[in-house]
Design a protein around this ligand. Structure first.
Ligand code: HEC
Ligand code: HEC
Length: 292
C-alpha cells in the first residue's frame, strides 16, 4: 500500500474556529469558545451575587449599608447569641448572687459554674496584671500562694476585687499606703532599718546594723508592719518576715521600697464586671490554691 495514499486527515481545527490573529513564529492562537460548563457556572455566580446583594446588607452607603430584605445583621446576630447565653445562665447567676459566698463550694452546680465563669473573667480582666496563671509579677501580687496582703478568705478576696485598691471612684476602696521614708530618715537610720528589715526574713544583711535598725523600725514601721514585722492585713502592710516580696527582694529593691514608698493600685471591678462575674472570679481566685 502506498503510504502516501493515506485518507485525508481531518482539517486542523484552526480552520473551523478561526484564530485570534496572534501569531508567534508560526504558532497561532485559536479562538475557541469558553467551555459551556464554565460559562454557565460563571452566569450562576453572577445571579447568586445579585441575589445576595438583595437579601443581605451589602452596598455601602455614606454612613451605613443597604439593609437587605432578610433583615440580617452580624451585630444583631451577636446580640442574639449573647442574649441567648445570658438567658440560659440567668438562673445560675441569680442563684450565685442569692447565697453567701462561703456556700458556693457546697453546691456542685454553682461551684462548677462559678469556677468556669471565673476562669474566663480572669483571662480577660485580670491576667494582664496578675499573669496568665495568676503567678503575679513585680508590683502585682501572686494569687496562687497563701501570702495575702489583704486577706485570703473568699469574703476578703471579693472585697479586694469589688472595691479595688486605691481606686478613686470607690469610697470603700482599700489603700496601700507605704509612705516614702527617704526624707524622714537619716542615711544611717535608713541603712540600719534596711538591714534590720532584711534580717526579719533571714535575707542577706549586715548584722552590725540590726540593733540600731530595730529601734528605727519600732519607731517608724511597727505601726503598720507590726512590732514583729508580720504585717497588718487591715492596712495591706505585707509580712516582712517571709521571703515573699511584692516589690523585689534585692537590697536595692527593698531600699527603694523604704526610700520611695509604695502605693499599689487596682481598679474597683464593680464598675466593670457584673455582680455575678465578681462572685465567679472571687470564687475562682479563692480556689486557686492559696485561699483560706
Ligand atoms: C491594672 C492591674 C491589675 C488588674 C487588671 C487586676 N489587678 Fe488585682 N491587684 C493589682 C495590684 C497592683 C494589687 C496589689 C495592690 C496592693 O499593693 O495592695 C492587686 C491586688 C489584688 C488582690 C489582693 C491580693 C492580696 O494579696 O490580698 C486580689 C484578690 C486581686 N488583685 C484580684 C484581681 C482580680 C480577680 C482581677 C480581675 C478581675 C484583678 N485583680 C485585676 C493589680 C491589678
Ligand atoms: C502607713 C503604714 C506603713 C508604714 C508606717 C510603713 N509601711 Fe512599709 N508598707 C506598707 C504598705 C501598705 C505596704 C504595701 C504597699 C503596696 O502594696 O503597694 C508596704 C510595703 C513595704 C515594703 C515592700 C514589701 C514587699 O513585699 O516588697 C517594705 C520593704 C516595707 N514596706 C518596709 C517598711 C519599713 C522599713 C518601714 C519603716 C521605715 C515601713 N515599711 C513603714 C505600709 C507601711
Amino acid at each position: 500500500m502506498n503510504p502516501r495514499k493515506k485518507p485525508n486527515k481531518p482539517a486542523p481545527k484552526a480552520n473551523k474556529v478561526g484564530t485570534t490573529g496572534h501569531n508567534w513564529d508560526g504558532i497561532k492562537e485559536l479562538n475557541n469558545p469558553l467551555p459551556r460548563w464554565w460559562l454557565w457556572t460563571f452566569y450562576a455566580t453572577i445571579i447568586w451575587g445579585i441575589g445576595y446583594m438583595v437579601v443581605y446588607p451589602s452596598v455601602p452607603l455614606l454612613t451605613s449599608a443597604t439593609q437587605g430584605t432578610a433583615g440580617y445583621s452580624s451585630r444583631l446576630a451577636l446580640e442574639e447569641d449573647l442574649a441567648h447565653f445570658a438567658a440560659r445562665n440567668a438562673p445560675l447567676d441569680e442563684a450565685l448572687i442569692a447565697i453567701p459566698l462561703t456556700e458556693i463550694q457546697a453546691n456542685p452546680d454553682l461551684a462548677h459554674y462559678a469556677s468556669a465563669g471565673g476562669a474566663a473573667v480572669f483571662k480577660t480582666a485580670c491576667a494582664q496584671c496578675h499573669g496568665e496563671g495568676a503567678e503575679g509579677a513585680k508590683g502585682y501580687p501572686n494569687l496562687l500562694d497563701d501570702d495575702w496582703l489583704w486577706g485570703g478568705d473568699i469574703e476578703a478576696i471579693y472585697q479586694s476585687i469589688r472595691h479595688g485598691i486605691g481606686a478613686e471612684d470607690d469610697i470603700n476602696t482599700r489603700f496601700a499606703e507605704m509612705s516614702a521614708f527617704g526624707e524622714f530618715l537619716s542615711d544611717d537610720e535608713m541603712t540600719s532599718v534596711l538591714h534590720y528589715t532584711l534580717s526579719l526574713s533571714g535575707a542577706g544583711h549586715n548584722p552590725s546594723f540590726v540593733g540600731s535598725g530595730a529601734s528605727v523600725f519600732a519607731d517608724n514601721c511597727a505601726a503598720c508592719h507590726g512590732a514583729d514585722g508580720k504585717g497588718d492585713r487591715a492596712l495591706g502592710a505585707p509580712d516582712l518576715t517571709d521571703s515573699i516580696w511584692l516589690y523585689g527582694k534585692s537590697q536595692s529593691d527593698v531600699r527603694a521600697s523604704i526610700t520611695e514608698g509604695r502605693q499599689g493600685k487596682m481598679p474597683a471591678w464593680q464598675h466593670i464586671l457584673s455582680e455575678a462575674q465578681l462572685r465567679q472570679v472571687a470564687y475562682f481566685v479563692h480556689q486557686l490554691g492559696g485561699g483560706e
